[in-house]
Design a protein around this ligand. Structure first.
Ligand code: NDP
Ligand code: 2IT
Length: 444
């Protein structure tokens, strides 16, 4: 049995109850086969693959907090510090009832390669809790965040581990967590990114993942003789990533016709009214079903279905495994020619294979959505030098990083005989730097 298959078998045995983690590891290791074959002796001796699939540490803790009725509630908190070979641990905090250790491990594992692709010195980590911010008052969210930080502060720091936002964690939650960290440690440092602009946040961080996704997609299209202007785009999700992906798509001349939340999806043939979505989601924290109050000619559908509409480009920006094989078939049949992942692992493995086999340009999340964490790293730089850069400066850097990522993975795919396979390219390009650093640093 080859080295990759041996490690895959062992990972499957040890993590049988963590399907999302197994899915992420399988996708990465399968596509690393050409580089592993070329370096098998060195990697085997150093147990490089066995080490890269095992987190440095997994932290799990109780998060008790008091709700508005005076009742004590208990949630579980996690931080998985996966790999710090190329820089301090870095990755978001997800607050969603579906959070468990397997989901945090898959996200932390993906983050290693994504962070490496940015070209910036950041290692891979992820954390979060099964706390559900939906329907909670600001005071309840604050008490939860303070309790979460009462434990997390022990394990993080500006040069150690720098968390940020993810599903359910936005500027409000980061603010409460930053306040509590500062109160406990008495240190004013860039321990979190995605901070408010008045206390060390970076311009463009809010927009960065969505904007970066479009910068990447535009470059991918350009290098394949296509243009984003005039195209119809289907987007899923209506959170941070989806909203700013839609904004940049429109700025680049495309028309966005769908968005979704966990309850249903909207179709607006004339193009989504983003001001309405921002007001619904960023201000009122309401359901997308209310969009029809703003745009009576639009459609609202309960449940799934966002990938059933006719579009040229699909941008899944909600959550993992939201684009299934049947969706890939519908998209292809309807003439969609590019799928770029704004979310982490939104496309199932069989759907990815189908899209690639049918000539759809496919941009994997660890490359296409890296603009968020890249701009977080720019926030860390600004915090370190105690300066703030202008919107234009950060946006220009973000654009340069996304264009570079595309060319690095395009080159890596070519070097290993997989031209046009951006999954293989992203995994190999992300892995190369981490592998090199791990080998150089000895057994640790
Ligand atoms: P938000 O919480 O801002 O928005 C999430 C959106 O996805 C909401 O519309 C939400 O609907 C929907 N959603 C979440 N879970 C589900 C589910 N189980 N089923 C259906 N819809 C769901 O999160 P973000 O926009 O920040 O994150 C979206 C994705 O992008 C995630 O995969 C995240 O890991 C990834 N990502 C985020 C980055 C960032 O900088 N924020 C960076 C890189 C990747 P509802 O409100 O109804 O729950
Ligand atoms: O998945 C991701 O890259 C994020 N949620 C952003 C992480 C970060 O540290 O900015």
């Amino acid at each position: 049995m080859g080295y990759v298959d041996e490690v895959l078998e062992s990972v499957q045995k040890k993590n049988a109850s963590e399907p999302e983690f197994l899915q992420a590891v399988k996708e990465v290791l399968d596509s690393l086969r050409p580089i592993v074959d070329a370096n098998e002796e060195v990697y085997r001796k150093a147990a490089l693959l066995e080490r890269i699939v095992e987190p440095d540490r997994q932290i799990k803790f109780r998060v008790p907090w008091v709700d508005d009725k005076g009742q004590v509630q208990v949630n579980v908190g996690y931080r998985v510090q996966f790999n710090n070979s190329i820089g301090p641990y870095k990755g978001g905090l997800r607050l969603h009832p579906s959070v468990n250790i397997g989901i945090i491990k898959f996200l932390g594992f993906e983050q290693i390669f994504k962070n490496s692709l940015t070209g910036l010195p950041i290692g891979g980590a992820k954390g979060g809790s099964d706390f559900d911010p939906k329907g909670k008052s600001d005071n309840e969210v604050m008490r939860f965040c303070q309790s979460f930080m009462n434990e997390l502060y022990k394990y993080i720091g500006a040069d150690v581990d720098v968390p940020a936002g993810d599903i359910g964690t936005g500027a409000r939650e980061i603010g409460y967590m930053f306040g509590q960290y500062k109160k406990i440690r008495g240190v004013y440092e860039g321990v979190l990114t995605g901070k408010g602009l008045s206390y060390g946040g970076s311009l463009v961080r809010k927009e960065a993942t969505g904007y970066g996704l479009l910068y990447f997609t535009a470059e991918m299209l350009k290098c394949n003789g296509k243009d984003i202007a005039g195209k119809t785009v289907a987007i899923s999700g209506s959170g941070n990533v989806a909203i700013y992906a839609a904004e940049k798509a429109v700025q680049l001349g495309a028309k966005v016709v769908t968005m979704s939340d966990s309850t249903g999806w909207i179709y607006d043939a004339e193009g989504i009214d983003l001001d309405a979505v921002k007001e619904l989601k960023e201000v009122r924290r309401a359901r997308l079903s209310e969009y029809r109050n703003y745009r009576p000619n639009s459609e609202y559908h309960e449940g799934r279905g966002v990938w059933s509409v006719k579009c040229d480009i699909a941008l899944p920006c909600a959550t993992q495994n939201e684009l299934l094989l049947e969706d890939a078939k519908m998209l292809t049949a309807n003439g969609c020619f590019a799928v770029a992942e704004g979310a982490n692992m939104p496309t199932t493995l069989d759907a990815t294979e189908y899209l690639k086999a049918n000539g759809v340009l496919f941009a994997p999340g660890k490359a296409a959505n890296a603009g968020g964490v890249a701009t977080s790293a720019l926030e860390m730089s600004q915090n370190s030098e105690r300066l703030s850069w202008s919107f234009e400066e950060v946006d220009e850097k973000l654009k340069g990083i996304m264009v570079n990522i595309f060319h690095n993975l395009d080159d890596a795919a070519r070097r290993y005989g997989a031209e046009g396979d951006y999954v293989v390219g992203a995994n190999i390009a992300g892995f190369e730097k981490v592998a090199d650093a791990m080998l150089a640093q000895g057994v640790c």
